[in-house]
Design a protein around this ligand. Structure first.
Ligand code: UTP
Length: 291
């Protein structure tokens, strides 16, 4: 058993504009786009639940109400399915309903950046440690990615980030780590830089959309300093607490799909459909025809 405060809260920033998926995201939140048959947000909530999260906070914006409705009981639908004896479908709906009172939403009002979105959840967080999950990233793994971070957090406390190796020419797309000790699984974080040029990147280890953070970050976010791209960057605030709280990266086991990107989104569709016994044969068959 650890002496660190157990992780029970998670923040889901979902207030972005999703410009890369226009026009689909004109009236529909990006996070409601389905991969096979589940919306992106459902993958993130399922992963959080499996890691012991009990309190969920969506940071939303205008036009994102369907994300909140999604976690309600759909009374008419369920009643109709019941009357028609379609109980399989009722079971499928179960994971999309959360315990009463366990999901809250706060408004970001203006998409000023991921750091600003996390700061909007400050009252929800209070003084507790919390996870941040970006629903654009789906991590397919036998043990959930957040669970892998929790296992480390329970030993080390402090901040724990999921990290993965990227090609050097892509460092300018990600938050990149400067690392100290490295045992191949756990790395010590000595520095963080948002979207560095390949020649200036201190490593090729990038942050993905899974974080365990302590509330120590909030006073730094509160300054609302603009960083890369004129946005309030979570990476910049995290960099300020290095040396003040334990700070580690975890080379998680699993495959990450960047569903905020069109090619990544399509890859996730195919890869996850191939994992499904009811779909794999049909998908393999049509893929053969195209390739
Ligand atoms: P992205 O960088 O993917 O931005 O945000 P985006 O607006 O969603 O998509 P594009 O780039 O315009 O296509 C990563 C995550 O952070 C959230 C987004 O909702 C997404 O889950 N986010 C980003 C916010 O909640 N608020 C912000 O101000 C920025």
């Amino acid at each position: 058993m650890s002496h660190h405060i157990p992780l029970r809260k998670a923040v889901f920033p979902v207030a972005g504009l999703g410009t890369r998926f226009l026009p689909a995201t004109k009236v529909m939140p990006k996070e409601m786009l389905p991969v096979v048959d589940k919306p992106l947000i459902q993958y993130a909530i399922d992963e959080a639940r499996a890691a012991g999260i009990e309190e969920f906070c969506l940071v939303t914006g205008r036009g994102k109400d369907s994300l909140i409705d999604y976690f309600d009981i759909a009374y008419e639908l369920e009643d109709t399915l019941k009357k028609r004896g379609k109980t399989d479908y009722l079971d499928i709906l179960q994971p999309s309903v959360v315990k009463p009172g366990s999901l809250v939403a706060v408004r970001q009002q203006e998409p000023l950046g991921l750091g600003h979105a996390v700061w909007c959840a400050r009252d929800f967080v209070g003084n507790d440690p919390f996870a941040v999950l970006l629903p654009d990233d789906i991590v397919h793994s036998p043990v959930g990615c957040l669970q892998q971070l929790v296992e480390v957090y329970n030993k080390t406390g402090g901040n724990v980030l999921a990290v993965s190796e990227v090609p050097r020419e892509h460092t300018n797309r990600y938050g990149i780590l400067d690392i100290g000790t490295d045992d191949g699984h756990l790395v010590e974080v000595k520095g963080l830089v948002e979207k560095p040029k390949p020649e200036e990147a201190p490593s090729c280890l990038s942050i993905i959309g899974r974080y365990v953070l302590t509330a120590d970050i909030m006073p730094h976010l509160a300054k609302l300093e603009r960083g890369a791209g004129g946005e309030v960057q979570l990476t910049d605030a995290m960099a300020k607490v290095i040396g003040k709280v334990p700070f580690h990266g975890v080379r998680y086991k699993g495959t990450r799909y960047d569903c905020g990107d069109k090619v990544g989104f399509l890859e996730a569709q195919i890869a996850l459909a191939l994992e499904r016994p009811d779909l794999a044969d049909g998908v393999r068959e049509f893929l053969r025809r195209y390739l």
